[in-house]
Design a binder for this molecule. Structure first.
Ligand code: M6R
Length: 607
């Protein structure tokens, strides 16, 4: 989704802005631009297309020490040079970048047009530049405050005025904004990845706050001009973590990091003495945990699939009714929030608008929401009533992989805690812990030999349709496998419960539509094998993801990929990894842009 970077300091702004935009590329975008102030004039350069196209139009020695930059992910108006940010008012005195959606932009635009303003873009964002210019009487901070007071919708905004060189003003409502505090220089960005090459000292700007910065300092206020005292946080991510470390793509790097990222999510969170988990951030006493009689996991996309798996585990270990809810749907359903329900807002980025708004709706009704987030200091992490960081390290590829398995790890630990307080014996807890601790090594075994998966991708990458089929705890894995394949390779893929195909999808079976079955050695294995036979009987190619030693599967399927034998609750970890690799290799075969698939954004900060 859109990205923002701003700089003021002694260095040349343009290279810092371009480098920041490059680091924001992973969020997904379709155009980019910068505006740099020098000697009382703005130098605005913006282009539809990739940052490298923009860079080609920016003179290497572009002068100027203050500037703003933006990557746009189109919502209002097509992808054109003109619609790219930064935007200006008609006189060119004000320039702004904006993330989010101005919901009342049409009404504001009509009013401004009636007053003689001429608009040049199709965007909602341009009205902000016009409004700031309209309000300006020599004080940019005041003008920004007055302008945003008229705006309905979401925004992360950074503005400059030509009469105030070296000065940036940022404002936030619903779209992330973080200040980077350097040594004699300041940064503003929508995401810390854009600035951690320069500083790890950050201040998270909250909704309703405005930050005013120059190279030497900053101050934060609310829209009524009250000073807001903010703490400086330290970002723990290292620069190397957001680089590729020799891998051709972030997606591959992140898939291969999973043994390590899962181990990190487990670290210090097992209590061997009582064969249970230990999650410090829950902010709940054991007595309060005992009172919980329902768990709901609010999430979107891959995080939702992780929630579905976790709900299954919670019910099975702790015998607590649990379900995953699509955050986008829950919010508008007038949800019933019960006193003893516990909610988890599960989000890699911690910024997904659907999940954030669902969380706020539940909190508004008095519900308790804990966050399961990766990005430290993200909005969901800050606004939740407690929670757990999954510690995956930065996930840069748009397609989520390592976050999924780390979310599972955190939620499995929670299920273990709840299970050990209820139905699970010490011995059952001990076996579960042992099985969970074995997962990183078992995933490493899969990653040590990816040749069979590469061969599979070569064989099937030209197919245009795919079915992924699983049952029970592996049904969400089938959904996740289909999501991964479609987002990175653009192959149409559907995930179903294997039991459901006879209720409709079996009509799709033909020799060109492979069915990818997930066949663990659990209680549903024989049923899944029957479903495989049904597909074979209709001339559909069958791929099976099965457990080492399962020779019967090989007699039915056209191709088999094996995973190590494990505790049956651990198969979602082991089954998902080959499907991530399959999606990745199919995308390579098809020449797709693996890390930044078309139309997609890493962090979906609009509804
Ligand atoms: O940051 P979040 O986990 O909240 O993101 C939720 C979805 O947008 C995300 O999982 C999306 O589905 C990914 N592109 C999946 O690979």
């Amino acid at each position: 989704m859109c990205g923002i970077i701003g700089y003021c300091g002694p260095r040349a702004a343009a290279p810092i802005l371009i480098e920041g935009l490059k680091r924001l590329e992973y969020r997904g975008y379709d155009s980019a631009g910068i505006n740099v102030e020098h000697d009382g004039a703005f130098q605005l350069i913006k282009r539809a297309g990739k940052i490298n196209d923009l860079r080609a139009h920016v003179p290497e020695d572009l002068p100027g020490h203050t500037g703003i930059g933006h990557t746009r992910w189109a919502t209002h108006g097509s992808v054109t040079d003109t619609n790219a940010h930064p935007h200006t008012d008609p006189t060119g005195a004000v320039t702004i970048v904006h993330n989010g959606i101005i919901e009342n932009y049409q009404a504001l635009k009509n009013r401004l047009e009636a007053e003689g303003h001429v608009f040049v873009t199709e965007t909602d964002s341009e009205v902000v530049a016009h409004l700031v210019a309209d309000m300006y009487d020599g004080d940019l901070e005041k003008a920004v405050k007055e302008a945003v007071s008229l705006v309905k919708g979401t925004y992360g905004i950074v503005a400059m005025h030509i009469d105030e060189p070296g000065h940036l003003v940022g404002a936030r409502n619903g779209s992330p904004l973080v200040l980077g505090v350097g040594d004699g220089e300041m940064f503003l960005a929508s995401d810390v990845t854009a600035i951690i090459a320069h500083t790890k000292q950050v201040v998270y700007i909250e909704d309703g706050e405005v930050v005013s910065l120059t190279a030497d300092g900053y101050h934060t206020t609310d829209l009524r001009n009250n000073t807001v005292v903010k703490e400086i946080d330290h970002v723990s991510w290292e620069l190397e973590e957001i680089e590729k470390a020799g891998f051709p793509h972030f997606m591959e790097k992140e898939i291969f990091e999973q043994p390590e990222s899962i181990a990190r999510a487990l670290k210090g969170r097992i209590d061997p003495e009582y064969a249970t988990g230990h999650l410090g951030g829950l902010n709940l006493t054991n007595r309060e945990l005992l009172d919980i009689n329902r768990v709901k996991i609010l999430a979107a996309g891959t995080s939702y699939h992780a929630g579905m798996v976790a709900a299954y585990v919670l019910e099975s270990l702790a015998r607590i009714p649990a379900s995953a809810e699509l955050a986008s749907e829950l919010r508008y359903r007038n949800p019933i929030v019960e006193r003893n329900s516990l909610y988890f807002a599960t989000s890699q980025s911690g910024e997904t608008a659907d999940t954030l708004y669902a969380m706020r709706e539940v909190q508004r009704k008095g519900g308790r929401v804990l966050g399961i987030c990766n990005v430290v200091g993200s909005t969901i992490a800050r606004e939740s009533d407690g929670g757990v960081y999954i510690h995956s390290g930065p996930e840069i590829a748009v397609a989520s992989t390592k976050a999924f398995t780390s979310q599972l790890t955190a939620l499995y630990l929670f299920a273990l805690i709840m299970g050990r307080m209820r139905d699970m014996s010490y011995e059952q807890g001990r076996r579960f812990v042992e099985a969970l601790e074995a997962v990183p090594q078992q995933i490493q075994q899969i990653l040590d030999d990816t040749m069979p998966i590469q061969a599979l991708a070569r064989k099937y990458a030209r197919c245009e349709n795919f079915l992924f089929l699983g049952r029970g705890i592996n049904y969400p894995v089938a959904l996740e496998a289909a999501l991964k394949l479609k987002e990175v390779s653009y192959i149409h893929a559907e995930g179903y419960s294997a039991a459901e195909i006879k209720h409709g999808p079996i009509a799709l079976i033909n020799p060109d539509t492979p069915s990818f079955f997930i066949v663990p050695d659990d209680g549903l294995r024989d049923k899944v094998i029957n479903n495989m036979k049904e597909v074979k009987a209709r001339s559909g190619p069958v791929i099976a993801l099965a457990v080492e030693g399962d020779h019967e599967v090989a007699l039915i399927a056209d191709d088999v990929i094996y995973v190590p034998k494990a505790n049956e609750l651990m198969y979602p970890f082991l089954m998902v990894v080959p499907t991530q690799l399959f999606g990745y290799y199919c995308a390579l075969e098809r020449g797709c842009n693996v890390d930044q698939p078309r139309n997609l954004a890493k962090s979906v900060t609009v509804e």
